[in-house]
Design a protein around this ligand. Structure first.
Ligand code: TYM
Length: 341
C-alpha cells in the first residue's frame, strides 16, 4: 500500500505558458503539491508534433521551467523534469499501444480536429494520447491536474490502465483520477479558448505595460459608459472570476449599476492579475536568465523521476512476460491471466 499519493502534470513547451496554463494546470497543481508527492514535467517530446525549430524548442523548455519556479514550485519538494530525460516512457507507451484499439485514438479530439480542419496530421498527433498515458502511468500517478481540454486524454489513460490490469494483474498500474476545476476553459482576448497556437493568450510574466496593453485589447461589448451592463458572458468578467473571485464580484456589482465602462472592468482585471502575478515577475526574469541553474534543477528532478520510473517499468516488464527474471521466478511472482478480446 502506498502511503503518499502522487500528483503529476505536464506542459508542452510550444511557447511561453499563458494565463490558461496557469489557471487550468499550474495553480491547481501547486496547491496539490502541498499534500501530494508531485511530479511536474516539460512535455518536450509532445512538442515535436508541431515544433520544427530546435532553438525555439530549447528556449521554450526553459520558459516552461522558469514559469513553474516563478509560480511557486519548490524543486526540493516537487520533482521538476524534462519528459525526454526518462526514455522508459517510450517503452511503456509501446506496451500501452498494444492494448489500445485504434478506434480509441481515432476518437481523440486533437486528431479529429486536425482532420476536420483539412490538415494531414502526422502520426505523432494520432499517437499523442498513448505517450501522454505513459507519462502518467510511469510514475504511479493518483491525480492529474489539467484543464478541461485534457480530460479526454486522462480518461483514455484510465481506460488503458484498467485494461492492462485486467489482462496482466490488478497491481500492474495505478489508475489515476483527473482533477479539473468547475471553471470553464480560460478564454483568450478574442473570447475563444486561450491557446498558444491561436495567439490570443495573456502572458504571465510580461512587463506590466505590455500586460496592460494585452488586457486592454480584450473584446467587449460597445455599450456606453452610463449603461448598466451584464457581466455574465463577457470575457473580461470570465477571466476575472478565475483570477480573483473577490475582484470579479466587485466588478459585477459596478457593471450592473452603470456608470462603469468596459475600460474600467479591464483595468480591474489588470490590477487583479498584477496582484496575483506581478510580485513573481522578477523571480521569473532571474530564473529565466540563469539557464545553468534551470539545467541543474531539471537534471536533479530527472534523477528522482527515473528512480520511480525504473520500478514501474520493471513491474510492467515482469507482468507482461518480458523480463530478465527466469521463467520459474516469473511463474511464482506474476499472476498471468488469459487475454480477453
Ligand atoms: P498544454 O501544454 O497544451 O497545456 C498545459 C496545461 O494547460 C491547460 N490549458 C488550459 N486550461 C484552461 N483553459 C485554457 N484555455 C487552457 N489552455 C491550456 C491544459 O489543459 C494543460 O493542463 N497534453 C498536455 C501535456 C501533457 C500532459 C501529460 C498533461 C503531456 N503529457 C501528462 C498531463 C499529464 C498539453 O498539451 O498541455
Amino acid at each position: 500500500m502506498r502511503s503518499v499519493k502522487t500528483s503529476l502534470t505536464g506542459i508542452k513547451p510550444t511557447n511561453t505558458p499563458h494565463l490558461g496554463n496557469y489557471l487550468g494546470a499550474i495553480r491547481p497543481a501547486l496547491k496539490l503539491a502541498e499534500t501530494y508527492r508531485s511530479l511536474y514535467f516539460i512535455a518536450d517530446y509532445h512538442a515535436l508534433t508541431t515544433m520544427r525549430d530546435p532553438a525555439a524548442l530549447q528556449e521554450s523548455i526553459y520558459d516552461v521551467a522558469a514559469t513553474w519556479l516563478a509560480a511557486g514550485l519548490d524543486p526540493n519538494q516537487t520533482i521538476l523534469f524534462r519528459q525526454s530525460a526518462v526514455p522508459e516512457v517510450f517503452e511503456l507507451s509501446w506496451v500501452l499501444s498494444c492494448l489500445l484499439a485504434t478506434g480509441q485514438l481515432e476518437r481523440g479530439h486533437s486528431y479529429k480536429d486536425a482532420l476536420a480542419k483539412g490538415d494531414v496530421p502526422n502520426a505523432g498527433v494520432f499517437y499523442y494520447p498513448v505517450l501522454m498515458a505513459a507519462d502518467i502511468l510511469l510514475y504511479d500517478t493518483d491525480v492529474v491536474p489539467v484543464g478541461k481540454d485534457q480530460k479526454q486524454h486522462v480518461e483514455l489513460c484510465r481506460d488503458v490502465a484498467q485494461r492492462v490490469n485486467h489482462v496482466f494483474g490488478e497491481d500492474t498500474l495505478v489508475v489515476p483520477e483527473v482533477h479539473v476545476g468547475d471553471a470553464p476553459l480560460v478564454p483568450g482576448i478574442d473570447g475563444e479558448k486561450m491557446s498558444k497556437s491561436r495567439g490570443n493568450g495573456i502572458p504571465l510574466f510580461a512587463p506590466a505595460k505590455k500586460l496592460r496593453k494585452v488586457v486592454m485589447s480584450i473584446k467587449t461589448g460597445s455599450e456606453s459608459l452610463e449603461e448598466p451592463k451584464e457581466p455574465e458572458g463577457s470575457t473580461v468578467y470570465q477571466l476575472c472570476k478565475q483570477v480573483s473571485p473577490e475582484a470579479a464580484e466587485a466588478m459585477a456589482t459596478e457593471l450592473r449599476k452603470g456608470g462603469y465602462g468596459w475600460g474600467h472592468a479591464k483595468q480591474a482585471l489588470f490590477e487583479a492579475l498584477e496582484a496575483e502575478l506581478g510580485p513573481r515577475r522578477d523571480v521569473y526574469q532571474a530564473m529565466r536568465a540563469d539557464t545553468p541553474a534551470l539545467d541543474r534543477i531539471l537534471d536533479q528532478g530527472a534523477d528522482r523521476a527515473r528512480a520511480i520510473a525504473h520500478k514501474t517499468i520493471g513491474r510492467v516488464r515482469h507482468a507482461v512476460g518480458i523480463s530478465a527474471t527466469s521463467s520459474a521466478d516469473l511463474k511464482k511472482t506474476v499472476r498471468l491471466k488469459p487475454q480477453v478480446g
